[in-house]
Design a protein around this ligand. Structure first.
Ligand code: WT7
Length: 646
């Protein structure tokens, strides 16, 4: 037996059994109908499992009605589990640590729902949430779900401009935020970005949680304190059932153009797949496990695997406000030891960082409570996988490498920890109920293990996106046209190995993956070009040992700016100015690692920038085929510039 096969002991107690694969293969819709009734409480049962007659616009669990907040909170209290801890909030300020039971959660969500309603939020209204990892963010999301007002979370690291674009696109009625957030022990402003973003938008109210107590500007007509509206509100609220296809949330993600897409998820199918996958992939036993997903709630991983999946299952989990290195580099392991974390779900970029810091740090803690480890966000290199298994998992803990996307809503490819013989570095195969294949350019399934193709989802799945907000054409063009109207093109390159495992090879479009976050080259280019000194910009993702990819920019200055930079030798200052400009336009996560000022960019005769060549430069490789360039001397100019700038 391989070292990577599950132990009998683990397999015997596992939630996900091999029989699920057979059941799903025998009857796709029957399988999901059974999961829907197993994992979710319906106020009204559905009559049709899947309506795909208007493909690619899907309807799942048609005719069914449910309330997501009831499923995530109230039903656990009704089942007698009100005293179970829902959240151990671990704060960046020790004094603020608190445990919130499901019974308390029920009251907090009810208050938030009543508070939002008193501000005029009704079913169907969009609510923008610009808030860090604090319990109020979860209360607000569930309150929105309860009312049927779709939320749109905007990661608290995004800039005011990025926030404004998202408020505008969704026509959000209100923004929920906090005065500030703790970052590495310091209170940093947050509401300030909202002040800069909301003027002139559809958002007429701003609801503000007092988190840090720092000074904030106040607009009496618009701003209200959480403590004045939510805290005193009634702690009971009736959860009305919503249609299975009622919109649950929007989440914006970068695509191949400059404009982020509002990915739409709906109620029934999303909740079913989140709950089911969390149970079988993470092997969640809600009565005994302490679960910790380290993602930020502002990304899809936080939506599906902090809020909706685990809470639908009645999990006890950690919500951590801090960063892996604050207050010290052992803080993750300190939390695992203190709370007895048994399931840890994190990202390759974090694992590689821990590796860099050295295994003596985790060795200082008792990690024996861990029994399942997960990875998400980008391919995990086998070396990091083995380190994770050895130094965090004690050599025998199953690792589930989960491939999925904002659009898929929930986990698609992953081993089942009690069934699958693991393969380090590969997310292996679709979970039961999911159908994924690797196809070649012509849409044929690959047979040769050395060939490279595209990852395609060949059957609709319950948590699939239902569209791009207000842009049905973009939905069709982006996902459902490359291989045909009912084959979903994920945008990832992939291949099979000899054993039939699927390996994800990264994006095939102009999308980068930086620390597990999706970044669009076009979006950063347009941010750079919006600076008055920049004429043209090209951005590529270059391999980086820690973050997976790093953002590298090449910029052509406008003539007057170029002359000034030359004469004053202020290239360095200008680069700093441009990096900061990108941070204001999008957010600090989008700052290029380096910016190179060039006089030309490599372009084809039709004027398309050849990013492939710039990538070669950024990764210090010999530059590939330049014969399609309009001017083949451009690359030597850029490379000379690279050498002289060190
Ligand atoms: C893209 C989706 C899934 C939530 C976090 C990111 C890459 C994600 C894996 C994995 C290889 C992965 C893909 C995908 N990706 N997980 N386990 N192995 N690649 O969500 O921002 O929507 O990005 O992340 O390239 O398309 P996202």
């Amino acid at each position: 037996m391989s070292d990577y096969a599950p132990s009998t002991k683990f397999a015997d107690q596992a939630v996900g059994k091999a029989a699920l694969y057979d059941e799903a293969a025998a009857d796709h819709e029957g399988f999901w109908a059974a999961r829907a009734r197993e994992y979710v409480t319906w106020s009204k049962d559905f009559d049709t499992t899947l309506d795909w007659s208007d493909a690619p616009f899907a309807k799942w669990f048609v005719g069914g009605e449910l309330n997501v907040a009831y499923n995530c909170v109230d039903r656990h209290v009704e089942a007698g589990n009100g005293d179970r801890v829902a959240i151990h909030f671990v704060s960046a300020n020790d004094d603020d640590d608190r445990a919130i039971t499901y019974a308390e959660m029920q009251r907090e969500v009810a208050k938030a729902a009543n508070g939002l309603a008193s501000l005029g939020v009704e079913k169907g209204d969009r609510v923008a949430i610009y808030m860090q990892m604090i319990p109020e963010t979860i209360f607000t999301m569930l309150a929105c779900a309860r009312i049927g007002a779709p939320h749109s979370l905007v990661f608290a690291g995004f800039s005011a401009d990025a926030l404004r674009a998202r408020i505008d696109d969704a026509d959000a009625k209100i923004v929920v935020t906090s005065d500030g957030q703790f970052r590495k022990g310091k209170a940093m402003p947050l509401k300030k970005a909202v002040d800069d973003a909301v003027a002139g938008t559809s958002a007429k109210k701003v609801l503000v949680v007092k988190r840090t107590g720092i000074d904030v500007a106040w607009n009496d007509d618009r701003d209200v304190w959480w403590d004045d509206v939510v805290t005193p509100a009634s702690d009971t609220h009736e959860a009305v059932a919503h249609d299975s296809e009622h919109p649950l949330f929007l989440l914006y993600t970068s695509g191949t153009t400059g404009k982020p897409k509002g990915i739409l998820h709906t109620t029934g199918g999303y909740l079913v797949q989140c709950a089911y996958s969390n149970a079988v992939v993470h092997d969640l036993h809600p009565e005994t496990d302490v679960y910790w997903c380290t993602a930020d709630i502002g990304w899809v991983t936080g939506h599906s695997y902090i809020v909706y999946g685990p809470m639908a299952n009645g999990a006890t989990q950690i919500v951590f406000e801090g960063t892996p290195d604050s207050p010290h580099k052992g803080v993750f392991w300190e939390i695992v030891q203190k709370y007895g974390v048994s399931i840890l779900y994190t990202a390759p970029t974090a694992i590689r960082t821990f590796m860099k810091w050295g295994h003596d740090i985790p060795e200082g803690y008792d990690l024996s409570s861990l029994r399942v480890l997960g990875s998400v966000g980008e391919p995990i290199n086998p070396e990091a996988w083995r380190w994770y298994r050895e130094h965090i998992g004690g050599g025998d803990t199953p690792i589930v490498d989960t491939w999925w996307q904002t659009e898929t809503g929930a986990i698609m490819n992953s081993p089942l920890p009690g069934v699958t013989e693991l393969e380090p570095g590969s997310s292996q195969a679709p979970i039961p109920g999911i159908h994924a294949e690797v196809l070649d350019d012509d849409g044929n399934k690959l047979t040769d293990p050395d060939a490279v193709g595209y990852l395609v989802l060949t059957k609709p799945w319950p948590a699939m996106l239902r569209g791009v907000w207000r842009d049905p054409q973009r939905y069709k063009d982006t996902y459902w046209s490359r291989f045909g109207p009912d084959l979903y093109f994920a945008g990832d390159g992939a291949k099979y190995d000899e054993k039939g495992n699927i390996w994800i090879l990264g994006r095939v479009d102009d999308v980068m993956n930086v620390s597990g976050h999706r970044m669009s080259t076009a979006e950063i280019e347009s941010a750079l070009v919006s600076h008055d000194k920049v004429a043209e910009a090209a951005v590529v993702g270059a391999t980086d040992p820690t973050t997976g990819q790093a953002i590298e920019a090449f910029v052509i200055l406008r003539q007057d700016a170029a002359d000034a930079a030359d004469s004053a030798d202020e290239g360095g200052e200008l680069v700093t100015e441009l990096r900061n400009h990108v941070a204001t336009q999008i957010g600090p996560i989008a700052k290029p690692r380096s910016i190179m000022i060039v006089s030309e960019l490599p372009k084809t005769r039709s004027g398309k920038i050849m990013r492939r060549l710039l990538k070669d430069v950024a990764e210090n490789r010999e530059v590939g085929d330049v014969t399609t360039l309009a001017d083949s001397s451009v690359m030597s100019l850029i490379q000379d510039g690279m050498k002289s700038s060190g």
